[in-house]
Design a binder for this molecule. Sequence first.
Ligand code: SF4
Length: 248
Amino acid sequence: MPHVKTLPNSGVFLSHFAINAIYRASEGEGVHVGTPQVFVRFQGCAIGCVNCDSIDTWDFNAGERLSLEQVLAQVIEQGGEELRRVSITGGDPLHPKLYPQVLELARTLKRKGYWINLEAAGTRVVDELFDIIDYISFDYKTPSTGVRTNPQLIARLAQQFPRKFQVKSVIENRQDFDDTVKAREFVRSLSKNCEVFPWVLTPAFNLGEAMPFKRVLDVITWNEIENTGFRVITQQHKILHGSEKKRV
Ligand code: SF4
């Protein structure tokens, strides 16, 4: 008998969760770098960043189909009883095909006392979910990704979710950096009375590349000279394990 649940008040039937991988590792990027947690990586993404390092998560029909109970069992298996920190990632966990599953998982984990980070691709702000989770890592997509983020969404986060989010931008080149500076100025103009929030520049570390020292140094130098207030944080897991290793 397949596991079938109804999401309360939604009319959405959840028979499975589309999962790419569930594993324990330390956060590799952003302001929480180095913090151990359990990653729940959902399967499916239609955004299509040209420099995506997780193309294996794109196909909505790939991965595993797990019941909620199976997802929870794997989270506990990976984290034990003591590590109650989960990062929900993808793929694109906010895609409408995955969102009901993500909301159900987040509600359940919160009831069990977990701290939850969500990796959001920068395309949607979803109050219902953002209200209950603990932290939102929101992408501002730069020109080199081939995808654009509406900066008004970041201004909305600043107004609605102060102290609860970071913005992350992958910087491949100077055009990405200048574009991010402009976006930040635009967001500031829309959210003048809001608290300052962390905006992280992640120097691109592309698949198959060795550690891109020059790019990292360039981004650090631009950031120092321009006095932007960004933080430059490299992808620690790629420095340690190489650009292609999964589940680290
Ligand atoms: S949103 Fe994430 S998973 Fe989707 S294409 Fe972009 S980088 Fe890849």
